[in-house]
Unconditional design. Structure first.
Length: 276
C-alpha cells in the first residue's frame, strides 16, 4: 500500500491554529480530506498519516473524528500535554481510538528546547518509550543537539524526525546538520521523514537538485528501512504543489532503485513504525 506519512487537515474557525494568520493567505483556509484525495489518486497513494498542527487536545479529537469519516486516513498522530501530570490519562483515552497511532513532540515551538531534558519530560518519554509508542519529533536544525542529548537519556525512544530536521536548505548549508543527523541515526528505533523540504528552500526559486544532497544523506545514514515519504501538504503549498513534492523526492532517489525499496519509502516503513 502506498502511503503519505505526513500531512495535515485543519478548519480555521476552530481557532487553535495560532501560527496560521490571515496574512498567510495560502494556508488561511480550510483543508479537509476532499481537498487532498484527488492528489493522492494522481500518485496512486491510498492512505495517509494525519499529523496534528495545533498543540491542543481538542484538535486531536477533531482529527480523530475526521478519521472516522475518511478511509484515506490510516492513522492520526495527535498531541499530548507532557507538562500535565495527567498525560497518561490523556494517552489512555486517545489510544482507545483505532486510528490513534502516536503523538508529536513540538520541540520546534519551545523557546528553550532544552526544557525537554528536564526530569518531568524525561519521565514521560521513558514511559512512552517503554511502551514503544511512536513519537514524531518536530525540530529545527539548530535544535538537533538537544534531540541527541534526549536520545542519550532515553535511548529506546521510538521516534521519527519530521522534515529531516529542517536543515538550512535555502542557504545550501550541510553542517552541523549532517553530523547531528548521523548521530541521531545511530539509534535504531529512530526513523526519518523525507518531508517538509520545499518550505526550507527558497520558496520561489528552488530547483530539484537543491534537495539531492540532503535526501541522499538521510538515505545513507538511516538506510532504506527507516525512511518514509511525507508530503507535508498543505504546508508545502507555500513553496510548491503536491506534484512538486513527489517529483523532488523521486528526483533525488538513486537510479535503478529496486521496487522493494520504493515500497518501503512509500508506505511499508510508515506501516511498520506506526504499527498499522
Amino acid at each position: 500500500m502506498r502511503l503519505d506519512a505526513h500531512q495535515h487537515y485543519w478548519k480555521i474557525s476552530r481557532g487553535d491554529y495560532g501560527w496560521i494568520t490571515p496574512e498567510i493567505t495560502t494556508l488561511y483556509k480550510d483543508f479537509l480530506p476532499n481537498d487532498l484525495i484527488p492528489h493522492l489518486r494522481d500518485h496512486h497513494i491510498e492512505q495517509t498519516i494525519l499529523v496534528q498542527a495545533a498543540p491542543t487536545i481538542e484538535e486531536t479529537e477533531f482529527l480523530l473524528d475526521l478519521s472516522n469519516k475518511s478511509e484515506s486516513i490510516a492513522g492520526v498522530v495527535g498531541w499530548i500535554d507532557l507538562e500535565d501530570s495527567n498525560y497518561r490519562a490523556q494517552f489512555d483515552r486517545f489510544k482507545k481510538h483505532p486510528k490513534f497511532v502516536g503523538f508529536r513532540l513540538m520541540i520546534q515551538d519551545i523557546v528553550d528546547e532544552t526544557i525537554v531534558l528536564q526530569e518531568r519530560y524525561l519521565e514521560a518519554l521513558r514511559y512512552f518509550a517503554d511502551k514503544e509508542v511512536p513519537i514524531d519529533l518536530l525540530c529545527v536544525h539548530h535544535q538537533l543537539p538537544t534531540v541527541i542529548r534526549l536520545l542519550e537519556k532515553v535511548p529506546n525512544l521510538r521516534g521519527v524526525v519530521n522534515h529531516i530536521g529542517k536543515p538550512h536548505i535555502d542557504g545550501k548549508v550541510m553542517e552541523p546538520w549532517k553530523s547531528d543527523m548521523r548521530q541521531i541515526a545511530k539509534y535504531k528505533n529512530i526513523y526519518c521523514k523525507l518531508s517538509g523540504m520545499v518550505t526550507e528552500a527558497d520558496h520561489k526559486s528552488w530547483q530539484k537538485d537543491d534537495f539531492v544532497a540532503y535526501i541522499r544523506h538521510v538515505l545513507d545514514i538511516f538506510g532504506m528501512d527507516r525512511v518514509m515519504f511525507g508530503s507535508d501538504w498543505p504546508v508545502c503549498l507555500l513553496a510548491g504543489s503536491y506534484d512538486d513534492v513527489v517529483h523532488v523526492f523521486e528526483h533525488a532517489l538513486p537510479k535503478n532503485l529496486p521496487k522493494s525499496d520504493h515500497q518501503k519509502l512509500f508506505g511499508e516503513n510508515a506501516q511498520k513504525f506506526y504499527k498499522l
